[in-house]
Design a protein around this ligand. Structure first.
Ligand code: WTA
Length: 634
């Protein structure tokens, strides 16, 4: 098992050691895992290409470390505790032994359909145990999983399937979420029709048993795949640098890109950060409320906890069903010790009033976590006072899909906390701030662009099928640095507070959405000439989506037209990208070279009308007044 920091002194020592001798530091953590063959080299890197290799030549299988390795000591311990959408539904538990058996069978099922090392398997599934079992089954045989959040549209799913050239899609029939019964298989059916020619098999998990269409050429039930297969599947021998998964994420330009994580480094980094940030102890019940379709679910529902032999909980439902007390009811029922959620959920529950949280006994809680977006002070205080009863530390964890694991976070009861500050970098993480020219800012009490200057084991290695895009996006802004896309403030004691994205990426309810993606979707609507999308402060979602749209000629029915735009965005991306506000305009503020001045639109969208700044360089300065006049008052 990896090291666990217990005191402030431990943290300081570990941090110093990890900076002075990063290779020794990580090698020691790597030594705590089971390897079939030891690595030849701890680290080989440059940020120019980039070329980053941790533990190259080392041979392992991550599922051996998540499962087999625990059987002797934790075989009867609960590995997965699954909580149903229905409060009176049947929850399920899997011991390490049981999870191991399920994964082995699933893995043999995949093999029976011709899936082998290096093949890509896309999952489009709700939060059911089969999703976790399936992703581990892929890892067992060396197939690369790519999980697509089950709220994305057919089009978005097809884009990802085609980019990854996936051989198989695994889905459910329907998805239960709150009071809704959502079609899943039909979304896959439509995606398949969009030239997903690489797909040979669609595996369907019978979740509700509802009616679905059936394609004899492609479709097979999961049970038919796993019934009667061999109980044991020998783990595939993987190199530390073999890809483990692809996860698509939005950037400031173009379509989402496939962030690639590899096996060895990701394993070490998620295990180390899980154990330290949550201070997990052997008998604790740990619950992360994220969806496995996002990186948080990959690293902190599945891999990190299982690597450390934890009991990890998985929740099928939503925080407000049947009412806003659901999270707390579950915490009380299962005596949850570590609870990890997103600020948007905290704000949504806060808005429903305190009575829901006051009804339940939350005394089992030891650590509260936050992730995905900046947590505002009001939400932080509510979390601290109402949920933690002023006695429990909050870990505001900053990280990204690309970082694989948590990068900046307090360590509970070890380092101090300051509301809204993600605080201190974890061991191994060399955070720096630079100005827009790339000059290092050494002082404290400053703001700057957040960069990392040395690789850590969990860093992305490439973007699938397009290495140059990886270099362009993360390693070209400033030489020899990984640029996060975030701005941050560093206080007088060296704590970091994340301000937010400085690129054209929105963070809506903790979901990353590229403005360009939403604009492209809006522009598909009949009657739209051009659009510009910006974020604005939203009391629950953190950021809302504000779209300025130029139309072809006069629109007769504005309400209907806006509805049409919304439905196009749903079709192209999914409901999470639906604009909150659509304003029809006759033009967009542009520079002489034709670039949209988003800075001005952002000001208008946030209601800061009097302060739009210099507009003298615009090609069409008169448009600003017109847009301001017609902007809806909020
Ligand atoms: C934002 C989610 C402030 C940030 C794990 C980052 C945060 C983006 C925090 C990555 C936090 C994440 N405080 N902002 N604690 N955590 N972010 O890839 O802008 O979905 O760049 O990864 O979310 O989002 P992603």
């Amino acid at each position: 098992m990896v090291d666990q920091i217990k005191t402030l002194d431990d943290y300081k020592k570990a941090y110093k050691n990890s900076i002075e001798n990063p290779e020794d530091f990580w090698e020691k953590q790597a030594d705590s895992f089971k390897w079939y063959k030891k690595w030849e080299n701890v680290l080989d890197w440059n940020f120019e290409e980039p070329n980053i290799k941790w533990f190259e030549g080392g041979k392992l299988n991550i599922t051996e470390n998540c499962l087999d390795r625990h059987l002797e000591t934790r075989g009867e311990k609960t590995a997965l505790l699954w909580v149903s959408n229905e409060p009176d539904g049947e929850d399920k538990t899997f011991t390490y032994q049981e999870l191991y058996q399920e994964v082995n069978k699933f893995a043999n099922g995949l093999k029976s359909k011709g899936i082998k090392k290096g093949d890509r398997v896309v999952f489009y599934m709700p939060m059911v145990p089969e999703l976790m079992i399936g992703m581990l089954a892929c890892a067992r045989i060396g197939a690369i999983h790519s999980i697509v959040f089950a709220g994305f549209s057919s089009q978005a799913l097809a884009d990802r399937v085609k980019d990854a050239q996936a051989k198989m899609i695994i889905c459910s029939d329907y998805n239960k979420r709150g009071a809704k019964n959502i079609q899943v298989k039909s979304v896959v059916d439509n995606a398949i029709k969009m030239d997903c020619n690489s797909v040979e098999t669609v595996v369907v998990h019978k979740n509700t048993g509802g009616d679905i269409e059936w394609n004899d050429k492609l479709d097979v039930f999961l049970t038919d795949l796993t019934d009667g297969v061999e109980e044991y599947c020998k783990p595939e021998v993987m190199d530390a640098e073999d890809p483990l998964f692809i996860l698509y994420t939005s950037g400031s330009t173009g379509k989402p890109k496939g962030v690639v994580h590899t096996t060895g480094g990701y394993m070490i980094y998620t295990a180390y950060t899980f154990k330290n940030v949550f201070q997990y102890q052997e008998d604790d019940i740990y619950w992360c409320t994220a969806d496995i379709g996002w990186i948080t679910g990959h690293s902190y529902i599945t891999y990190g906890p299982l690597l450390e032999g934890a009991t990890t909980m998985m929740f099928e439902g939503i925080p407000t069903y049947p009412d806003a007390g659901r999270f707390w009811e579950i915490v009380e029922k299962y005596k949850v010790n570590q609870f990890y959620t997103a600020p948007t959920a905290i704000r949504a529950l806060m808005a429903k009033g305190d009575k829901f949280v006051e009804k339940y006994d939350l005394s089992s809680l030891k650590v509260l976590g936050s992730v995905g977006e900046p947590i505002n002070e009001e939400a932080w205080m509510w979390y601290f006072e109402k949920v933690g009863k002023r006695a429990i530390p909050i870990v505001d964890t900053w990280w990204q899909t690309e970082t694989g694991g948590i990068m900046i976070s307090p360590l509970p009861l070890i380092t101090d906390m300051r509301p809204t500050f993600a605080s201190y970098p974890l061991p191994g993480i060399q955070t720096i701030l630079v100005d827009t020219e790339g000059n290092l800012i050494e002082d404290n009490n400053v703001e700057g662009l957040l960069c990392i200057k040395h690789p850590w084991p969990g860093i992305l290695r490439t973007t699938w099928g397009d290495h140059n895009r990886c270099r362009q996006t993360y390693f070209s802004a400033f030489p020899e640095l990984y640029f996060t896309g975030d701005a941050a403030r560093r206080d007088e004691d060296g704590r970091y507070r994340i301000i937010g994205r400085v690129d054209d990426v929105l963070n809506v309810s903790g979901h990353r959405i590229g403005t360009a993606e939403v604009e492209n979707a809006i522009n598909e609507t009949f009657g739209v000439v051009e659009s510009a999308v910006v974020g604005y402060p939203h009391s629950i979602k953190g950021q809302g989506i504000y779209a300025f749209v130029i139309t072809k000629g006069q629109i007769n029915d504005e309400v209907e037209f806006k509805r049409l735009i919304e439905s196009t965005v749903r079709t192209e991306i999914g409901p999470i990208a639906k604009p909150d506000i659509i304003q029809i305009v006759s033009g967009l503020p542009k520079t002489r070279s034709g670039k949209i001045m988003r800075r001005i639109l952002r000001k208008i969208a946030s209601g800061d009308m009097s302060n739009v700044g210099d507009i003298s360089t615009l090609l069409n300065p008169e448009i600003v007044e017109e847009i301001k006049k017609k902007a809806p008052t909020m």
